[in-house]
Write a protein that binds this ligand. Structure first.
Ligand code: ADP
Ligand code: MG
Ligand code: MG
Length: 915
């Protein structure tokens, strides 16, 4: 990078100021920490010879000095350094700051390391006063232009530096009110229709308002103006909205902002001038076209202010072909130089083009993947860099149904946004409100779409959930039952929407704080990506990738986005070392997961297989059985269902590994709770109502999460795992006889001591041997355990002796490791987040310091006993990019996640490997 070190010294000996002018600069693009993003890129553009008006940047160290020294500046800054730097601009342009004949005007702009759009302030046309405005008018031969600049300057200075703002949200901006008054008097609507005399009157009115409201005169001395503006920029680092923005975006307060002082160029000089903003490619679709807007005879933010409608950049091609040509060259130049899509600001002054800003452009997920792919094909970046350019979560936009954006915007502007909950399952869904599975079924039978609305969901709702397009709950967090199941099914889900007040009896829900009442059957729409709940129907559509992979309604050759997606996934598979499996318990789910790239099943939750039709009755009979004989009988009814389920699953997975977890949840979860349902069940299985009720009461636990569940169930009732193992091995034998090889991995849940695993393993081996003898064929199977109780993690050396593999059940491990119920954490975690107690919700992204440490320790101990011990993680964290990176570095063999997150996990694993 060509840099001419001009060696400006502050009195303190430290360089606080970095100058730039077309062709050379003291800074460059790598110096963002010191110069802020804006300053570093202005320097870079100047260095590569782009037309940048000269200026200088006060570094972020001035800002940190300012806050460390009770809002004062390094010695000599205003006496020596700033005048020296100003003089360089004056020399470059042949104008003087404050010169009554031909004044140099500057802009004073904030700019932090990370872009904080609209959070901090900019002042334009600084240096104007009652004298210099006449000089500018005379020199430019355009008094109207000079007074337009002055009007803008007094307004911005009054607002930003002298703090003349609306009193509160009900009051309008005092300057805008004055402006409107004058426009009304004149009978016009646009600023451009005001003439010189109008502008003069407005400037006086502005100044009078400042004096009246602040008790201070507007400063005439340009040097006083400059000092005031610089102070305001550094001050704006700690204004309320900047602090809030930083918090939301994890930007530390100690970074500070830089301040850029730059010679003005004027887009408001008349019809040969203008200003605009552009992206070097389409930021919404990623298409390689120049995309932007501009306005003639305008300055600064006019383009985005919305008072005049800006023109598309292609009009510039017709209106000013020369300028367009230059701009288009700069576009290519910038892309070649930065090797990325850029967002630029430019101004045209009397047919001369100037660049005022550039930065890497923000983009949608669709654009991110397309731009990365195209730039790789264009040779600008390599495959690794292309992968690093796509945030894994951005792939969601290619995988989930989406709303028609215009329709959604309209719905919101019509006031139909009802409430906002947790964005638990991304995507868009619309349909009729159903408060029960039965209702959902009826709606589906009528050929309509259903949204299942529940206070919270339980395993009994699974059928209704699978029928519904989307699920909405009043209670529960990101890993509540509803959220978990919804994600595995690929359903849209908004969870924990506390503003709802659901009344099953009345078949209606109210929205707290309003008098809106929605009834069963009313239309509702859910945006699971944002958590928004919207009244009425909004059109949705499936994205291309889903039409190809899941719906199979589109051929790959007709799907350009799918082709890009597919290529990027192939690159990811090439670089990653971590395997990606899926959580699935239905053959169709498994098949879908395989088309998304699953390399096995990491978690089959067998309890999900007990809910359909007849099975639940047999299951309930088993639970309610008085003695082992009755229990056996009920289990025998369940056996064929289980065997068929496993057969289907194995078949769908081909030769890929399948990890099956033995029954995990507490038994009462399978039983009805309401009297009417208990009555019906009693009748069905020929028991007295009273007996069923007593049995259910007996099964009640104070803390079911820590009660009779997991391996404890099998140790008390060995016939349950025995039936499950029989079903697994029988299914494997059938598959083997059909000529395929499958290695079932039988997983024991909730183990905390090696003895529990040994006892359960004995049952498993005994049954397996018996089945193989009956079937006269041998199959290979593995027996491993979940590591989800902290004690198991701490004694992994012992446990490994009895296990072929470990799978970290991070949901329970987090819950037990933190002593924090995931279903109740919704009450305090949001507050915790405000206090930065955890950097992220620990149920969404692994608490690497604490729970991660348990995993690391366990992996190390386990592998010290068995060096080839296979390690995986299942649970919601398996699809979280940060957790995936952790797994990669910890030497875990695979992650397992819901089918729709598999592409995201593949990309995250590749990025972790590339590093
Ligand atoms: P932001 O960070 O909000 O983008 P900027 O500092 O870029 O704020 O300035 C706001 C507006 O003022 C932009 O449209 C920019 O192009 C314009 N602007 C800033 N400096 C100058 C200048 N020296 N000459 C002309 N316009 C300028
Ligand atoms: Mg800008
Ligand atoms: Mg568990």
């Amino acid at each position: 990078m060509p840099t001419s070190r001009l060696n400006i010294q502050a009195t303190s000996g430290k360089q606080y100021i970095y100058s730039f002018t077309e062709g050379s600069a003291e800074g460059d693009a790598t110096m963002k920490n010191l110069l802020g993003g804006k300053g570093a890129n202005l320097a870079e553009m100047a260095n590569i010879g782009l037309p940048v008006p000269p200026g200088f940047t006060l570094s972020t160290e001035v800002c940190t000095y300012y806050y460390d020294h009770s809002q004062t500046y390094p010695e000599g800054l205003f006496e020596q350094d700033i005048p020296d730097a100003l003089e360089k601009i004056e020399t470059a342009l042949g104008k003087k700051f404050g010169d009554p004949e031909d004044p140099l005007l500057v802009s004073v702009r904030s700019g932090a390391r990370a872009s904080m759009p609209g959070m901090m302030d900019t002042i334009l046309n600084l240096g104007l006063n009652d004298t210099t405005v006449e000089g500018l008018a005379h020199r430019s031969g355009n008094p109207r232009f000079a007074w337009d600049c002055y009007r803008r300057f007094v307004q911005m200075y009054g607002d930003v530096v002298m703090d003349l703002k609306p009193q509160d949200s009900k009051h309008s901006d005092p300057f805008e009110s004055i402006l409107d008054e004058h426009k009304k008097k004149k009978g016009c609507s646009l600023d451009t229709q005001l003439d010189t005399d109008d502008l003069k009157a407005i400037v006086s009115a502005f100044k009078a308002a400042i004096l009246e409201r602040t008790g201070q005169e507007f400063p005439e001395d340009p040097h006083v103006q400059l000092q005031g503006a610089i102070g305001a920029v550094f001050g704006s680092w700690n204004n309320e909205r900047a602090i809030v923005y930083r918090k939301l975006n994890h930007i530390p307060g100690y970074w500070g902002t830089a301040c850029n002082v730059q010679a003005m160029v004027f887009g408001n000089m008349g019809d040969r001038s203008g200003t605009g903003v552009a992206f070097t490619r389409d930021a919404a679709t990623g298409e390689n076209i120049f995309y932007g807007e501009y306005l003639m005879n305008a300055q600064g933010e006019d383009v985005v202010a919305g008072t005049r409608t800006p023109l598309k950049i292609r009009h510039l091609q017709e209106e000013k072909p020369d300028i367009y040509q230059q701009l288009d060259c700069i576009r290519t130049r910038l892309e070649q130089h930065y090797r990325d899509m850029m967002d630029i600001e430019f101004t045209i002054e009397n047919d001369r083009l100037f660049m005022l800003q550039c930065r890497v452009g923000k983009r949608t997920g669709l654009a991110a993947i397309r731009i990365a792919y195209d730039m790789c094909k264009e040779g600008l970046i390599d495959e690794k860099e292309a992968l690093m350019r796509i945030e894994p979560d951005q792939l969601n936009q290619l995988l989930r149904p989406v709303f028609d954006q215009k329709e959604k915007d309209r719905a919101i502007s019509e006031g139909r946004l009802l409430a906002t909950g947790l964005n638990a399952g991304p995507g868009a869904a619309t349909g009729s409100i159903c408060f029960s599975a039965r209702q959902a079924q009826e709606v589906k039978e009528r050929g309509q779409q259903a949204i299942l609305v529940r206070i919270e969901t339980s395993p009994e709702d699974i059928e209704g959930m699978s029928l519904a397009e989307g699920i909405l709950t009043e209670r529960g967090g990101m890993t509540s039952h509803a959220a978990l199941v919804a994600r595995q099914m690929g359903k849209v889900c908004v969870a924990g929407c506390g503003e709802l007040d659901i009344d099953y009896q009345k078949g209606e829900m109210r929205i707290e704080g309003t008098d809106i009442v929605l009834k069963e059957g009313d239309s509702i729409s859910l945006d699971g990506t944002t958590g928004e709940v919207i009244q009425g129907e909004i059109k949705t559509r499936n994205p291309e990738v889903i039409e190809v992979l899941a719906d199979k309604t589109l051929k790959p050759e007709d799907a350009p986005t799918w082709q890009i997606f597919d290529q990027v996934m192939q690159w990811a598979d090439h670089y990653r070392t971590l395997k990606v499996r899926t959580n699935a318990d239905q053959p169709e789910q498994a098949e879908l997961a395989v088309t998304f790239g699953a390399e096995g099943i990491g978690l089959c939750r067998t309890e999900h297989m007990f809910f359909g039709g007849q099975r639940i009755d047999a299951m309930r009979e088993m639970i309610l059985a008085d003695d082992i004989g009755d229990r056996q009988k009920a289990l025998e009814k369940l056996l064929p269902y289980q065997r068929d389920d496993f057969y289907g699953l194995f078949k769908a997975m081909g030769s890929r590994p399948v990890t099956i977890r033995l029954l995990d949840p507490p038994l009462h979860e399978f039983l009805p709770q309401e009297d009417a349902e208990i009555e019906a069940l009693a009748k069905k299985i020929g028991m007295a109502f009273h007996d069923v009720k007593t049995r259910i009461d007996n099964l009640h636990e104070f803390n079911p999460m820590l009660g009779l569940r997991g391996c404890r169930l099998g140790i008390l009732h060995p016939e349950i795992p025995a039936m499950q193992v029989r079903a697994i091995i029988e299914a494997a034998c059938i598959i083997k006889k059909e000529g395929h090889d499958i290695i079932p991995e039988i997983m024991v849940p909730l183990v905390s001591t090696v003895r529990e695993l040994e006892l359960t393993s004995e049952i498993i081996h005994k049954v397996a041997r018996r089945v193989m003898a009956e079937q006269e064929i041998g199959v290979t199977y593995l027996v491993g355990t979940m590591i989800e109780v902290p004690r198991a993690a701490l004694t992994s050396g012992d446990i490994a002796k009895a296990a072929d593999f470990f799978s970290y059940g991070t949901n329970d491990l987090t819950q037990m490791g933190l002593g924090m119920s995931r279903d109740d954490s919704g009450q305090f975690l949001p507050v915790y987040q405000n206090y930065d107690i955890f950097p992220h919700n620990p149920f969404e992204s692994l608490d690497q310091e604490g729970i991660g440490r348990l995993i690391k320790l366990s992996a190390k101990e386990g592998r010290s006993v068995k060096s080839d011990l296979k390690l995986g993680i299942c649970g919601e964290h398996g699809g979280d990019p940060a957790t995936i990176e952790f797994c990669h570095t910890t030497g875990i063999n695979y992650v397992s996640c819901s089918p729709f997150r598999i592409p995201i996990a593949r990309l995250a694993a590749a990025r972790a490997a590339i590093g």
